[in-house]
Design a protein around this ligand. Structure first.
Ligand SMILES: Nc1ncnc2c1ncn2[C@@H]1O[C@H](COP(=O)(O)OP(=O)(O)OP(=O)(O)O)[C@@H](O)[C@H]1O
Length: 245
């Protein structure tokens, strides 16, 4: 379970990236952070996965405070960051193996886990190529395998289907549903409402660094009195700018 409690983050004097974000992402469901460009989604994610220190507020991963015990929090997290940052000289398989080793896996257990992920993400053909020159979609898959290799209880993904074609998007969606069915806590961010609508059990709408709505897709529709989720989002945020594909 992941909890954000009154998170705040400023950059310099002028930029207020996150101004009081709170939500709880439960286990066994997919929670979507939806908001237009610049809403504060990535900054919120970065605070949750210990890359950025909040100015105020608390973030907990399975009850562990990410500022006070960052190492323990990270052990329980699998992260797909916005900058996918791969090592060009390592193959796709080596990326997954390396991160598995960093998390203490080895031998047959690690081999099996890596093979499983390469299959699930439909990566067999690229598994043993160096990642230098990989397409956007191939890079996302490698980063995804790397994020999940240690079987984390909580998974944070920043715009996971960005740049993916239809087949790869389907593979990623199926994988997220599988993680949910396994009882894991899955949080992902997106500015594409169709993406969120297709996957999420719970939607946290963020705009201008604040949570402006939080609930199931049905509850959001009811609250705004709109039939389509798309109209409900636009009504909630007050604009459709930065929210379309
Ligand atoms: N390191 C930084 N230094 C200065 N400003 C920053 C920094 N990181 C984020 N910001 C600013 O904070 C605000 C929120 O950015 P953030 O990346 O969190 O938004 P986002 O919702 O993820 O947007 P997008 O959908 O475009 O990725 C933006 O105005 C951004 O320019």
């Amino acid at each position: 379970m992941i909890e954000a409690r009154n998170l705040h983050k400023r950059f310099g004097k002028k930029v207020v990236a996150v101004e009081d974000v709170s939500f709880v992402a439960e286990d066994g469901i997919i929670t979507g952070l939806l908001g237009p460009n610049g809403a504060g989604k990535t900054t919120t994610m970065r605070m949750l996965y210990t890359l950025v220190r909040p100015d105020r507020g608390t973030a907990l991963v399975d009850g562990v405070d990410v500022v006070q015990r960052p190492e323990d929090a990270r052990r329980g997290l699998g992260v797909l960051p916005d900058a996918r940052g791969l090592y060009p000289r390592l193959t796709a398989r080596e990326h997954a193996r390396y991160y598995g080793e960093l998390h203490g896996l080895s031998g047959a257990v690690l081999d099996k886990r890596v093979d499983e992920l390469l299959d699930l993400l439909d990566m067999r053909e690229i598994a043993d190529r160096r990642t230098e020159g990989f397409s956007q979609g191939e890079r996302v898959k490698v980063a995804m395998a790397r994020a999940l290799v240690h079987g984390p209880r909580n998974v944070l993904l920043d715009e996971p289907t960005n740049g993916l074609d239809v087949m790869s998007t389907r593979a990623v969606r199926n994988l997220l549903r599988r993680l949910k069915d396994e009882g894991r806590c899955v949080v992902f961010s997106s500015h594409v409402m169709q993406e969120v609508a297709a996957l999420c059990d719970r939607i946290v709408v963020v705009a201008h660094g604040r949570v402006v709505a939080d609930g199931t897709p049905d509850a959001l529709r009811e609250r705004t009195g709109k039939d389509s989720l798309e109209e409900a989002f636009v009504a909630t945020i007050g604009t459709d700018q930065g929210l379309m594909q």
